[in-house]
Ligand binder design. Structure first.
Ligand code: IVH
Length: 692
């Protein structure tokens, strides 16, 4: 997050006029159906550039300029708002927030003692008018002074009841959006209907709210963030609503049966210092990636009615509130290529090559495209402008093409006719294409993975050596390694006595690796290192894992109904390999695990409550030192789990401890802003001493 956000530099009046037109067109599309030609970041940059130009050339200001009016404009509508629906001014970092708060306090002539801090919901502002407790009319924001009547959407919006608890006449203001699951469902419906999908939840919500004669209905979600009594109403309730602090008003709104963010991980809070405000900003930012709905910032408001009334409004925004913008998670860039690769399990997957774009703190050049069917469904073409999404630790993904930015030069995306790795046929019977040779296609990659440091840890088995063994016909999979005879290895080129003995000793040692590593070495689709540890610790033995059906596998944390059958099918496919490993004498149990008394019963999870990291979620970052210096990240994670903790790769509000070594970067900053305990490698080693 930077305190001085970049802006577009405008050279002269012509460039300024073009920029104003671009901003106007873009805002029009954004508020009409969410299909803006600019992403949020680019739009903000443009407006800041326009603002800077206007400050230097006040005589050149155009009446159309987006700086002078409420954001949003095109879909004006004909329903006047009782009170204008305004925008919020933005800040982009802690320093700017402090400056804004200081300015506000100067204006008030006193400190603000109660702030309200809540998520900035990334949807569409709406006004819901209730008469005598009944939902009478829904109006979009439009240009802020008048909006469009979208009352036809009543009944399709979760969180916006047809009747309030009390027979009151009020206007609720809030945001209409789509949750992740509503978005998925809406895309599936649209796909089935006309073969296209929505670009993102925001545009899906915008399109859905305004659509009147769609043959299918998509569900929306509403979160309230304010309420207005009718202007001029001096009933007891109206007076009370004008006098109550914002936080208490939100309690009243929830009490009327309207959804607010109170039940979400980013519920609004009140804070009595700016430090606490900043801390909550960090907590909300950290929770963002895991939320079921989109947020694009945090709104900080004066909680007290008196502060709000005295601060008042500028022409476009209240002075008593500010939006603290979070980095964009979505941007528009160009799809410049599609690469097809065969992975070590034989899956053939496309990868998008993008014009580099900065997203949520990193530069994205590649993004996943899932599979050929997905490319077809989204109607993607080479050269398309595409919406790319990335938040937190998620792998960047291409959402959809921005169809109205097409120039006509876009080309169809070629799909491979044969396996891009070995040239053999493709099994395209499932959505995920696979080389007909399966794992054998990329034997070198799967054996290399199995022998890797975090799996069987067989030293001296470089890729070139694996290739030699494969070429000599001595192995076809990694289980064959355990049957190699000394003479066979000695016969290979560049293999002397010592290197042969060292390699065979390393292979022998690998037989004693715990089940978690042996299971990981199998390379079961959808399971990496930490999932393998969870599976091994849950079942205790390979026999128990193999005996488990999809339902039993689902009892492992993080395995859902989609992944469980894949794991079961993979274990069937890998049966020959596993049998060979058993025959070779490879350990098939997890140390410390004891078979259950009743062989039919599931293994008892051992009692971990006495362990030093019991119940703690631990993240490691930076370079380890001292006793921990030689450990890989995976070994650190194994250590954490042996000591009763849960290893995680990202810092969130749920993190209990961050082990931060040299060169710890953003994770440390985030942990500090969240108030997560941070220890160095030495202190951590002291905490878990006997487990190292
Ligand atoms: S309060 C006078 N609170 O952000 C405007 N707005 O960029 C006061 N928004 O138009 C709005 N979450 O649609 C408020 N918790 C929240 C919000 C929120 C999202 C939207 C709202 C507003 C826009 C301004």
């Amino acid at each position: 997050m930077t305190d001085t956000p970049p802006s577009t530099v405008l050279a002269d009046d012509t460039a300024y006029a073009e920029a104003v037109q671009l901003a106007v067109d873009s805002a029009a599309a954004y508020y009409a159906d969410g299909t803006s030609t600019l992403d949020d970041d680019a739009y903000d940059r443009l407006v800041r550039g326009i603002q800077a130009y206007e400050e230097a050339h006040p005589e050149a200001v155009l009446p159309l300029s987006p700086t002078g009016k409420v954001a949003g404009g095109a879909v004006v509508g004909d329903v006047p708002h009782t009170v204008p629906m305004l925008s919020l001014d933005n800040v982009f970092g802690a320093e700017q927030l402090a400056d804004w708060a200081a300015g506000l306090e100067r204006r008030l002539g006193r400190p603000v003692t109660v702030w309200s801090v809540e998520p900035k919901l990334d949807g569409l502002a709406i006004s819901a008018r209730y008469r005598n407790g009944r939902l009478a009319q829904l109006v979009t924001r439009g240009d802020g002074t008048a909006g469009e009547d979208v009352s036809h959407a009543v009944g399709t919006i979760v969180g916006l009841p047809a009747r309030l608890a009390d027979a009151v006449t009020v206007e609720l203001r809030g945001e209409v959006m789509m949750t992740a699951s509503q978005f998925e469902e809406a895309c599936a419906k649209r796909q089935a209907h006309d073969g296209t999908t929505f670009a993102n939840p925001r545009s899906a919500a915008a399109g859905t709210l305004r659509a009147q004669d769609r043959p299918y209905v998509c569900e929306l979600t509403f979160f309230g963030y304010g309420v207005l009594p009718p202007p001029g109403d001096d009933s007891e309730l109206a007076v009370r609503l004008r006098e109550l602090p914002h936080s208490e008003i939100m309690g009243w709104v929830a009490g009327q049966g309207v959804q607010t963010t109170v039940a979400t991980p980013v519920a609004g809070i009140v804070a009595d210092t700016l430090e606490r405000v900043q801390e909550r900003v960090g907590e909300i930012a950290a929770a963002r990636a895991e939320l079921a709905f989109g947020i694009d910032g945090i709104v900080i408001k004066c909680d007290l009615a008196a502060d709000q009334a005295e601060a008042g409004f500028s022409s476009r925004a209240p002075r008593w509130a500010i939006a603290y913008k979070l980095p964009a998670t979505e941007k528009i860039t160009k799809l410049i290529g599609v690469e097809w690769n065969t992975g070590r399990t034989g899956i053939i997957a496309p990868r998008a090559v993008l014009e580099p774009v900065e997203l949520d703190g990193s530069v994205v050049t590649y993004a996943t495209l899932h599979n050929a069917a997905d490319i077809r469904r989204r109607g993607l073409m080479l050269g398309d402008s595409v919406v790319v999404y990335k938040a937190g630790d998620v792998i960047p993904r291409v959402e959809a093409p921005v169809v109205h930015l097409r120039t006509g030069d876009e080309q169809p995306i070629e799909v491979p006719q044969v396996c891009p790795s070995c040239g053999d046929a493709i099994d395209a019977s499932q959505e995920r294409w696979r080389c007909v040779r399966g794992r054998a296609c990329r034997a070198i990659a799967s054996i290399g993975y199995a022998a890797g440091r975090d799996q069987l840890d067989i030293e001296g088995l470089a890729e070139s050596r694996i290739q030699q063994l494969l070429d000599a016909g001595l192995i076809t999979d990694f289980a064959d390694l355990f049957f190699l005879a000394r003479e066979q290895v000695l016969d290979l080129e560049r293999m002397g006595e010592t290197s042969t003995d060292n390699l065979l000793a390393a292979i022998e040692r690998a037989k004693a690796q715990p089940l978690s590593r042996v299971f990981c070495a199998l390379g079961v689709r959808g399971t990496g290192r930490s999932m393998s540890r969870r599976i091994a610790r849950h079942f205790g033995s390979m026999d128990a894992i193999r005996a488990a059906d999809a339902e039993a596998i689902q009892a492992v944390e993080g395995i859902g109904p989609e992944k469980a059958p894949v794991v079961v099918a993979e274990l069937v496919e890998l049966a020959g390999l596993i049998d060979k490993l058993v025959k070779a004498g490879v350990a098939m149990t997890e140390p410390g695990w004891t078979p259950p008394a009743d062989p039919g019963a599931e293994a008892e999870a051992s009692d971990t409550s006495e362990l030093p990291l019991a119940g703690m979620s631990v993240v490691v970052t930076g370079a380890m030192s001292g006793e921990l210096a030689a450990l890989t990240r995976n070994q650190m994670n194994e250590l954490i789990e042996r000591a009763g903790g849960k290893a995680s790769s990202s810092v969130s509000a749920k993190t209990s401890l961050l082990v931060a070594g040299e060169k710890a970067g953003s994770k440390r900053t985030k942990a500090e802003s969240l108030g997560v305990r941070v220890v160095g490698p030495e202190e951590f080693a002291g905490l878990i001493g006997p487990f190292i």
